[in-house]
Design a binder for this molecule. Structure first.
Ligand code: NAD
Ligand code: UDP
Length: 311
């Protein structure tokens, strides 16, 4: 199979490229290196079945492939708010271009959507049927509404052009190769803990999230892509073990043997108060559920960042 991965030099994309190569596919990674790096895919460059193209998905792409995984989009608030207009363009124009490509070559196409389509949710845990509570004019809207519009486009291409689509709504995911400066909670806390700096809890740290290890997520992608053609999603993919941000900080401090203290900073605008996936659909449809426990995943991620901090 010839498979295109957009955003393939990013955190999740680089793990996906590796897994798809291990399964015996030809992989074409397309990335503009906005948040991704060549270092993330360094270990793959020697593989003759792996190709990389520097390209921005807001422009059309003419290639021949059998499957497309569309991951291109900055994912952390710091990065997607850096150039919000470009973020919306990446989600919307990027989706149009990749759907157009899929239509021309009749490829099956996967969309990396997000739990952010649920906004600051009033239903908890979030099921796929929940329509969300998103502020359309706030600082997170470029990402949330961009991803919502991308979902709309996927379903319209499916209905109008009979395209085979697979939409995954991804919840907070962590692991090696997360960007060290993207401000996401797991990377921030680990780096602060390893440097002995104060751990920055936004608000009072009582907001909740549920954290999925990247290998589990990628397994979910592959299983969703392999489903029958009538399966479209959206399907939640995440680890339903919910915890407060403060509890996460305490685990990171304990597992890294750090002496860092916890300090409090203002809560960012529109920061969701609680988030946890209901993964019943993924369980029944894909026979999928996360296998890597938080302590195990955090330990691997701490090892990765320790090498970087000492490096
Ligand atoms: P990331 O920032 O590490 O990866 C995104 C990749 O897309 C980067 O390599 C970046 O350079 C590339 N990119 C950005 N704009 C582009 C453009 N216009 N053209 C080509 N490439 C472009 O983020 P990630 O965590 O690996 O996220 C991957 C996907 O998964 C994203 O679509 C994100 O929205 C989605 N997602 C991730 C999470 C998470 O917790 N990591 C949660 C929900 C959804
Ligand atoms: N957060 C925090 N300290 C940090 C970084 C993030 O308390 O140094 C909080 C943030 O306010 C949010 C949660 O951790 O409530 C998850 O943040 P992240 O940016 O990782 O993801 P998202 O908000 O998109 O779920």
């Amino acid at each position: 199979m010839r498979i295109l991965v957009t955003g393939g030099a990013g955190f999740v994309g680089s793990h996906l490229c590796k897994r798809l190569l291990d399964l015996g596919n030809d992989v074409l990674c397309v990335d503009n290196y906005f948040t991704g790096t060549k270092d993330n895919i360094l270990g793959l460059l020697d593989n003759p079945h792996f190709e990389v193209v520097r390209h921005d998905v807001t422009f059309p792409l003419y290639i021949e492939v059998d499957e497309i995984y569309n991951l291109a989009c900055p994912a952390s608030p710091i990065h997607y708010q850096f150039d919000p207009v470009q973020t919306t363009k990446t989600s919307v124009h990027g989706a149009i271009n990749m759907l157009g490509l899929a239509k021309r070559v009749r490829a099956k196409i996967f969309q990396a959507s997000t739990s952010e389509v649920y906004g600051d949710p009033t239903e908890h845990p979030q099921r796929e049927s929940y329509r969300g509570s998103v502020n359309p004019i706030g600082p997170r809207a470029c990402y949330d509404e961009g991803k919502r519009c991308a979902e709309t486009l996927f379903f319209d291409y499916h209905r109008q052009h009979k395209l085979r689509i697979k939409v995954a709504r991804i919840f907070n995911t962590y692991g090696p190769r997360m960007h060290p400066n993207d401000g996401r909670v797991v990377s921030n806390f680990i780096i602060q803990a390893l440097k002995g700096e104060p751990i920055t809890l936004y608000g009072d740290g009582s907001q909740t999230r549920a954290f999925c290890y990247v290998d589990d997520l990628v397994e979910g992608f592959i299983k969703l892509m392999a489903t029958d053609d009538q399966v479209t999603g959206p399907v939640n993919l995440g680890n339903p073990v919910e915890m407060t941000v403060r509890q996460l900080a305490e685990r990171v401090v304990a597992l890294s043997g750090s002496k860092s203290e916890l300090i409090f900073k203002p809560l960012p605008v529109d920061d969701p108060k609680q988030r946890c996936p209901d993964i019943s659909l993924a369980r029944t449809l894909l026979q999928w559920e996360p296998k890597v426990a938080l302590d195990q995943g955090l330990t691997r991620t701490i090892d990765y960042f320790r090498a970087m901090v000492n490096g």
